[in-house]
Design a protein around this ligand. Structure first.
Ligand code: NAD
Length: 275
């Protein structure tokens, strides 16, 4: 492959993906709105671009084979704050990918596209959208955009509904954890599977308490290896009181399902510092 573009390259997940992606192509073009992203891999270039700037995104994707779109505001926020980066940004990526004839968009979607389903229901890949926030609504919008560009314009997309790619810090994460290694494996499969059409897959490790069903995405060959059960004794010993009336505890979206629309929820996830 000649050129892969990675957005959100300065972010937590983008930083994990840069080196492995650089090994899959002649040139990796990493992009973000941040000033810089530190030391570059030998075949990597950094381009600073705002996702909401259509001309900048058109330039960014010129000559690329695949775009791995991870850039976004990653928290609940007022709709107007998410509109540029998360909604219009997604449109700009798909439209530029189409205009430049890219093969595929690999997109970081989220469990928050279906976050209002109760945890007692194992959510599959064909469950209708049920977003828990404006943030989740933007993920639904991008997934629908991806399906429409596939059905109307033949542009492939793999939407990765990531659950929690962060150190395990609470009881919910015993089911939702996606390890860094499994994230890399998932993105590699989303890129190297020869034909994907429009596909959805949950980004979750091989957890005993996994709350979602990936069976319909088996053809991607994503076989996660890590299991959050290794943290269960410690995490459950530290867990606070349970409240079955709290949607934040009873729904797949966790705290995002419990907070008011437009109000930041990331802090409530209680994600520990990197180990
Ligand atoms: N970390 C998780 O557990 C998780 C779970 C579900 C989905 N996701 C998705 O994965 C992706 C990466 O998440 P992350 O945890 O690395 O978040 P992050 O906040 O660390 O990274 C997001 C990056 O996007 C960039 N960005 C924000 N606004 C931008 C704009 N207008 N133009 C260009 N770049 C912009 C930020 O500067 C940041 O570097 C996001 O799309 C997120 O929604 C992450």
């Amino acid at each position: 492959m000649k050129k892969i573009v990675l957005t959100g390259a300065a972010g937590r997940l983008g930083s994990i993906l840069r080196a492995p992606l650089s090994r899959l192509c002649e040139t990796l073009v990493s992009s973000d709105i941040a000033e810089d992203i530190g030391t570059l891999n030998t075949n990597e270039r950094y381009v600073r671009a705002d996702l909401a700037d259509k001309a900048a995104i058109m330039d960014l994707l010129d000559g690329a084979d695949i775009v791995v779109h991870f850039g976004a505001i990653v928290d609940e926020a007022p709709f107007e704050e998410l509109l540029g980066p998360n909604f219009i940004g997604a449109y700009n990526i798909w439209e530029a990918a189409y205009q430049h004839g890219l093969r595929r968009v690999v997109y970081a979607s989220s469990i928050h596209a279906v976050g209002m389903y109760p945890k007692t229901e194992c959510v599959g890949l064909d469950a209708p959208h049920r977003p828990d926030t404006f943030y989740g609504l933007a993920k639904c919008f991008a997934e629908d955009l991806g399906r429409m560009y596939w059905e109307k314009r033949g542009l492939e997309a793999v939407c990765l509904r990531i659950l929690s790619c962060a150190p395990v810090g609470n009881a919910r994460a015993l089911g939702t954890w996606l390890s860094d290694g499994d994230l890399v494996h998932l993105v590699e499969r989303a890129i190297d599977t020869p034909v994907t059409g429009f596909s959805l897959v949950y980004g979750v490790s091989n957890n005993d308490r996994c709350p979602v069903d990936n069976s319909k995405a088996a053809f991607l060959g994503y076989r996660p290896k890590d299991n959050a059960e290794q943290f269960a004794v410690r995490i459950l010993a530290e867990a606070g009181p349970h409240d079955p009336a709290d949607p934040g505890q009873m729904c797949h979206g966790g705290p995002f399902a419990g907070i008011a629309l437009g109000q930041g929820a990331k802090a409530l996830l209680n994600i520990p510092e990197e180990e």
